[in-house]
Design a protein. Structure first.
Length: 118
């Protein structure tokens, strides 16, 4: 599975941004797709994930309620809609995938920079 993340940019506090993660190489059926982020000087952290087949989602406490993860089957793409952005959301965002029997995310896309600043 090859993953391509896009949609990052500069946004003011309180603004919104939508990230996309498009997969190629195979369908995402049966996979769990996740978004992670890494801020400067900090470790990478989990943001949100979605099971492609069932649509079941999971969120980090820090983003629940203002980030939404979704999928578009026709486009083989997972989205991360980010709203009410805060400066502390500034980070490089990565998408990743793992199979149903995998303990960890083994497929990673390149990151996309999100900067929240006035």
């Amino acid at each position: 599975v090859q993953l391509q993340a896009s949609g990052g940019g500069l946004v003011q506090p309180g603004g919104s941004l939508r990230l996309s993660c498009t997969a190629s190489g195979r369908t995402l059926s049966g996979y769990n797709i996740g978004w992670f982020r890494q801020a400067p000087g900090k470790e990478r952290e989990f943001v949100a994930s979605i099971w492609w087949s069932s649509g079941i989602t999971d969120y980090a406490d820090s983003v629940e309620g203002h980030f939404t993860i979704s999928r578009d089957r026709a486009k083989n793409t997972v989205f991360l809609q980010m709203s009410r952005l805060k400066p502390e959301d500034t980070a490089v965002y990565f998408c990743a995938a793992r199979g149903a029997s995998d303990r960890s995310f083994g497929y990673w896309g390149q990151g996309t920079q999100v900067t929240v600043s006035s």
